[in-house]
Design a protein around this ligand. Sequence first.
Ligand code: SF4
Length: 223
Amino acid sequence: MVSRKDTRWTRDPEGQGLSTSDISEPSVSVTDIKHYFYCPRIVYFERVLHVRPNLGSQQEDSSERHGEYVRRELRRRDAIYYSPNLTGATKMFFVPLYSSKLKLTGTIDLIIRTREDEYIPVDYKNMPSNHGKIWLDHKYQLTAYALLIDEAFNTHVKRGFINYIPEDKVIKLEITHAMKVYVRRVLSDIEKIIREERLPPIKTSKKKCAGGCGFKFLCPEQP
Ligand code: SF4
């Protein structure tokens, strides 16, 4: 088991290690929530050990060029952005939000504010959907964005969309109160992982371990 005290896994090039007491932990990010749903250990490696994932060049390229992919998608005439149902709506891109109540931070690709004053988050993914459905980590990432919007705009987000760019697929997600409560519970668990510097048990399928989490190289008990 990798210990937090094991300085091999810190980013410190001198190998001196970083005392966690010297690091003031920033808030939990929506990306942490997405990672938690993929595998809670990713949160531990990134937020406790401060190790960078070992991603394939394609994955890195994809995340670095996210903004470019979104802008390209918006040039398509049938993008959700141009939906007749949203005529007259206000559209805000790459909106950074912070909740002091939840200690949660995140930048939302697109927020649509309809003429009826409904707020709708839209997240763009440069990857295929889960056979026409939303991936679990994307579902709760969008729910976390809804919580941020609720607080920032004093509203109650009830739905959002995920746009899987390679498939030209826009999938609607109903965002319920129960889903928001669940994400709040997950937030507490993430805070606990960080605070207690605890390596979470493996709850992830073997398929995910083979599928580019970026931490296979140091995960101590990988199947
Ligand atoms: S190798 Fe598997 S258990 Fe370890 S971090 Fe990756 S997905 Fe999680």
